[in-house]
Design a protein around this ligand. Structure first.
Ligand code: B3K
Ligand code: ZN
Length: 876
């Protein structure tokens, strides 16, 4: 089929005002009767047929205003039900379909996870439940009656508020009716039926409305839902306080299921979650798991306004809800935890996932202009870069200007299916500014490259920054226009203090934000009595790749003194990255480069600085990842050489700083029972980072310490961290530790995932056989996305030396898994295949092997549209 294009958008020809669904749940033959009150759209094409999307549905009956339709009045194809010449007036269709939830391995539409019935409709899953105009700009009010065997599904949940429930007279079945008063697109529809336990709490909104909150989990797992409930209540309060968004139903339910294609789904009043992002206990979840749960609970809840009350006109506008909602969840976590540390980890994620996407064959704009398979566009670009674009708006407009724009957006578009243009117009109108050039962030793909050089004029006591921007060509976009780049800067004086900024044009550079709009621009600051060190792109104010003529000495100065914590972190990372790039080249040439003493000394100083937040120190001490180095090198990448260079740097840091690392390890020993709060997590992060660096030296003491840490741990964070240190650094201790861990947690699938993922990441040639072997382990299941992502996804995404083995076996393993999975779950297969996204940057031998693996996939008959799309763009 031809691609869908943004420019071809047409409003729907028919609207749906109300939907009544009567769903009789059955394991293999669930029956759905949909009653749709429809009318012609005055904004649509006159005299149009009614075209309803459908996918793998079996149509049982069809009536129009209560009359069965003649077989010549409609046509059914695998993808649609078309009423050829409907009367052009308001009418009611009643459609009966049957689906098989047990056979639904795509996990889209109505399916079963373990024995629970659940649904996933975004992006285009509702058409797998009933025939419907499955597009986000058709908003209807839904009433859902769900019926099931009481023994099989004692809990029946739908969108909106509960209306009534009871027994079906004379049978062993029961039913529940739910009504959602808020018009919504069908992708937000959901229902659940199953044997579930729950926890409940009450939330009182800002205006005093009582909301019953429920979290439903598998039987016996309620103790693990408490943290998610706490995060939910905090999210609800935060959204009232920060954005003025109040909840709008009597109940809010969350259901955790074990089989889910992504993290979670914001269905109106009934969020459905991957259980990985709900269930946590100190014994089974790490600090990172807790932080993810908090962020994702918040994210889905925040969609209630940004996504649900205001939805997207079409799927090209996906970033309208996703980028904005990621921005909102990032801000929530920043307020709940440490803002600088949150920013550092968000930027690491952006650089680690989105920058490579933007630099490779899968690059696309934040708002794509065409797609073949929309499910392949739930990407780091739409989500994370989309959030950066919203953050830049805030930087440009300031706190108040941003809030004024948001208020206008929430007010003006409540109840709408909106566009990116609508969104931007609110900020432009509320602030009296023109955002036409800024809008290029939504349209142009690729990461802007910004080059900065600074010069101090001693005689004139002025400082000048010369700035140039370029945007490299990306697929389908060879010519680019200059972007609007809000570059936050500071000038740090010799005393380590920020100088007052006096721009000679009186521009908003005084607030510390340079507005770059041209290919080249210069900024001059007056009254600069000493040579300053410029601190550029503070807080990572713009998602750009910045290069400057700054010396290592200046970077070291920033690493020690910058008042901006992000740049303090980033300065040391820049030095380390520069060294690793050179050391990698040296390794390929058969020589070794000594670790830069100054860098090691700077890390030591950070470690000893008692005034710093331990969570920050942990981030500052982490050596850039192999993927970071590969991205920096950009072409002709040899993952083995990178691995070697990085291992040597870690060893050098370990050797040089052993006493300080040990002292910090001891200083941050736990003092009391495990608590997942940010401060305690920060102490654990630093202590564990020290443990890891100490073991990186390969000394018997380092390994022995990790062994003790593993055995003494009273929580999963410490236990798993020590296990991972042992697995990577201590081959002799590895097997016993892995076996002990498995023995202890084998009944807990979410913990088994950690065990699988860790083994897949070991940077040794045996990893391949290990991964292959684990695919037949009883704990593994190809049918469960979490298991597959843990094992195959970690191998492809987090084990660069073995995925990119020079013999090609790693590429073939992943390609083979993709082909096996595709027939059952195309979304999961396509996601895995995207791990090849940087293949063109590899050195020639590995590049050829990656290409061969991709071609093998491309040639397989009957590929899904999902995998076809990824493979053809990857090779394109
Ligand atoms: N909106 C969902 C993602 C749906 C993915 C469909 N392939 C989760 C989220 O972003 O909140
Ligand atoms: Zn989202």
């Amino acid at each position: 089929p031809p691609p869908v294009r943004l420019g071809d958008y047409l409003p729907p020809d028919w609207l749906v005002d109300t939907v009544h669904l009567d769903v009789r749940l059955h394991p293999t033959a669930s029956r759905i009767v949909a009653t749709l009150a429809m009318r012609p759209n005055p904004a649509g094409r006159e005299g149009s047929p009614i075209v309803l999307d459908g996918d793998e549905l079996s149509l049982k009956s069809l009536t129009l205003d209560g009359e069965p339709l003649d077989g010549t009045a409609y046509v059914v194809t695998p993808a649609a039900l078309t009423l050829l010449a409907p009367p052009q007036r308001a009418l009611t269709l009643e459609i009966e379909t049957v689906v098989d939830p047990s056979a639904n391995t795509k996990l889209m539409g109505l399916y079963r996870s373990s024995s629970t019935y659940c649904t996933q409709c975004e992006a285009e899953g509702f058409r797998r439940i009933t025939f419907f105009p499955d597009r986000p700009d058709v908003l209807a009010v839904y009433t859902t009656r769900i019926e099931a065997e009481r023994a099989e599904a004692p809990v029946l949940l739908g969108n909106g508020n509960p209306v009534e429930s009871g027994a079906v007279e004379g049978t062993s079945r029961h039913y529940a009716v739910w009504h959602d008063p808020w018009p919504k697109p069908c992708y937000l529809f959901a229902l659940v039926g199953g044997k579930l336990d729950r926890i409940t709490e009450e939330f009182v909104t800002a205006t005093g409305k009582r909301v019953e909150l429920g979290i439903y989990v598998e039987l016996g797992k309620t103790e693990r839902a408490g943290y998610a409930m706490d995060a939910l209540k905090r999210s609800m309060r935060w959204d009232e306080e920060v954005f003025g968004c109040e909840y709008d139903l009597d109940v809010f339910n969350i259901v955790a299921v074990a089989d889910f294609n992504m993290g979670a789904m914001e269905n109106k009043g009934l969020n459905i979650f991957n259980d990985k992002y709900v269930l946590a206990s100190p014994q089974t979840a790490t600090d990172a798991d807790y932080a993810n749960i908090e962020a994702i609970i918040a994210h889905e809840y925040f969609h209630n306004w940004t996504g649900n009350r205001i939805t997207c006109r079409d799927w090209f506008q996906l970033c309208l809800k996703e980028g904005l909602t990621v921005f909102r969840d990032q801000e929530f976590s920043a307020d709940a935890r440490s803002r600088p540390v949150k920013r550092i980890s968000d930027v690491r994620l952006l650089k680690g996932h989105q920058f490579p996407e933007d630099a490779g064959p899968l690059a696309h704009p934040v708002r794509p202009s065409s797609y073949r398979e929309i499910n392949n566009f739930y990407t780091a670009t739409v989500y994370e870069k989309g959030a950066e674009v919203v953050r830049m708006l805030k930087t440009l407009l300031g706190e108040e200007g941003f809030r004024a724009g948001m208020d206008l957006y929430l007010d003006r578009h409540d109840g709408d299916a909106a566009t990116v243009e609508d969104f931007l117009a609110c900020f432009a109108n509320a602030n009296g500014v023109d955002l036409a050039q800024f809008a290029l962030w939504y349209a142009q793909s690729g990461t802007p490259q910004v080059t900065v050089s600074g010069s101090w004029d001693e005689a004139a006591r002025s400082y000048r920054l010369d700035i140039a921007q370029t945007l490299p060509p990306t697929p389908g976009q060879s010519e680019k226009l200059p972007m609007v780049i809000p570059l936050a800067v500071g000038l740090v004086g010799p005393d380590g203090q920020d100088m007052t900024l006096t721009p000679d044009d009186g521009s908003n550079a005084a607030r510390g934000v340079l507005l770059i709009t041209e290919p080249r621009q210069s900024f001059v600051f007056r009254d600069v009595p000493h040579r300053p060190v410029p601190s550029l792109n503070r807080g990572f104010s713009a998602p750009v790749k910045l290069s400057s003529d700054m010396s290592t000495a200046d970077l070291l100065f920033l690493a020690r003194h910058d008042s901006d914590p992000f740049n303090r972190f980033d300065a040391a990372q820049t030095i380390a990255l520069g060294h690793l790039v050179e050391a990698t080249a040296a390794a390929r040439a058969g020589t070794a480069m000594p670790a830069p003493d100054a860098l090691v000394a700077a890390l030591g100083a950070t470690l000893d600085d008692g005034a710093l937040d331990p969570a920050f120190v942990a981030q500052a001490l982490s050596i850039p990842s192999e993927t970071d180095v590969a991205r920096e090198i950009g072409e002709d990448v040899d993952p083995d050489a990178i691995h070697g260079a990085r291992t040597r740097l870690r060893r050098a840091v370990s050797d040089a700083l052993a006493p300080a690392l040990h002292a910090a390890y001891v200083r941050h020993a736990p003092s009391g029972a495990y608590c997942p709060d940010a401060a305690s997590a920060g102490r654990r992060a630093l202590r564990n980072t020290c443990l890891d660096l100490l073991a990186a030296g390969g000394t018997p003491e380092g390994i022995a310490r990790a062994q003790v840490h593993f055995e003494a741990a009273d929580n999963m964070t410490d236990r798993f961290f020590a296990l991972s240190v042992l697995a990577h650094a201590a081959p002799q201790a590895r097997e016993a530790a892995l076996a002990a861990f498995h023995e202890r947690f084998h009944e807990d699938p979410l913990v088994v995932d950690k065990w699988l993922a860790l083994q897949a990441q070991i940077a040794e040639p045996q990893a391949l056989e290990r991964v292959r072997g684990l695919t037949s382990h009883p704990a593994f299941a190809w049918s469960n996305p979490n298991r597959v992502r843990a094992l195959i996804g970690s191998f492809a995404g987090l084990n660069p030396t073995q995925f990119h083995r020079v013999d090609g076996a790693g590429h073939q393993l992943v390609a083979g898994a993709v082909m096996d999975i595709d027939g059952r779950n195309p979304q999961l297969a396509a996601r895995l295949l995207a791990a090849f996204k940087s293949w063109r940057s590899l050195e020639p031998v590995r590049r050829a092997s990656a290409e061969a693996a991709l071609r093998r996939v491309a040639e397989k008959p009957d590929l899904s549209p999902d995998v076809t799309d990824i493979v053809s763009r990857s090779l394109g």
